[in-house]
Design a protein around this ligand. Structure first.
Ligand code: HEC
Ligand code: HEC
Length: 169
């Protein structure tokens, strides 16, 4: 029994970054979140924001980016619990969550993903005209360029900017 555990943990150490690779951010795996938060826009993965940001957002749903996204208390609390448990600083086994965590100032509340320093830095080379064009509609529309964003996959291989094409840098 002990031997099996030892072998398993050794395998974990050896293949930690490849075989057992966790990818960019954890995909969404919460039905209530999908039901309540994935209708107006794609489901932003919890690992894209610190828990402080999610708490702020879930406490201000009646003023949610110019719309009212308020929920009853039971659903709100359940979703907030899911979001904070899987927020960037609690999911650093995922590559992008780790980078987001490393880039933020812990004393600050970031009110959107596009305010996160790592996200700003990653998109700084893209012409603003391409981001704001009609076929995209701003940086919040991840899916317009990251064809696999809804699966939590943001790598270069799956980026295609409308009216521009594949991203090569
Ligand atoms: C009534 C529609 C609506 C509902 C429901 C809704 N949202 Fe939003 N949300 C918006 C709009 C509009 C924006 C602004 C960005 C945009 O235009 O895509 C936004 C933006 C966001 C952003 C910021 C995206 C960025 O670029 O950083 C996050 C995160 C977010 N919503 C999370 C949630 C969560 C969590 C829920 C569920 C509690 C939720 N939303 C439910 C309309 C909605
Ligand atoms: C206008 C198109 C566009 C939109 C919209 C967009 N991105 Fe990106 N994103 C890119 C491009 C292009 C890159 C690659 C930049 C580079 O490598 O220089 C990138 C890079 C990234 C990376 C780093 C990937 C890597 O391989 O280094 C992450 C993470 C990311 N984007 C997340 C997001 C999220 C989350 C959203 C939505 C809130 C979003 N992006 C919206 C075009 C976009």
């Amino acid at each position: 029994m002990k031997k099996t555990i030892l072998l398993l943990s050794l395998a974990g150490v050896c293949f930690g970054s490849s075989f057992f690779s966790r990818g960019d951010v954890a995909p969404i795996n919460n039905e209530l979140y999908k039901k309540e938060c994935v209708s107006c826009h794609m489901g932003y993965q919890p690992g894209l924001l610190p828990s402080k940001s999610w708490t702020y957002m879930m406490n201000n749903l009646e003023h949610h980016f110019g719309t009212d996204a308020s929920l009853d208390k039971v659903d709100r609390d359940a979703i907030l619990k899911y979001l904070t448990a899987n927020a960037s600083e609690n999911a650093t086994q995922y590559k992008r969550s780790a980078k987001i965590t490393a880039s933020v100032d812990e004393s600050k509340i970031y009110k959107s993903i596009s305010e996160i320093p790592y996200i700003i830095q990653k998109h700084r080379k893209i012409d603003q005209k391409l981001i704001n064009q009609k076929d995209v509609g701003g940086l919040s529309k991840c899916m317009a360029c990251h064809t696999t964003a809804d699966k939590g996959v943001y790598g270069d291989d799956y980026i295609k900017i409308p009216n521009y094409g594949r991203w090569d840098d």
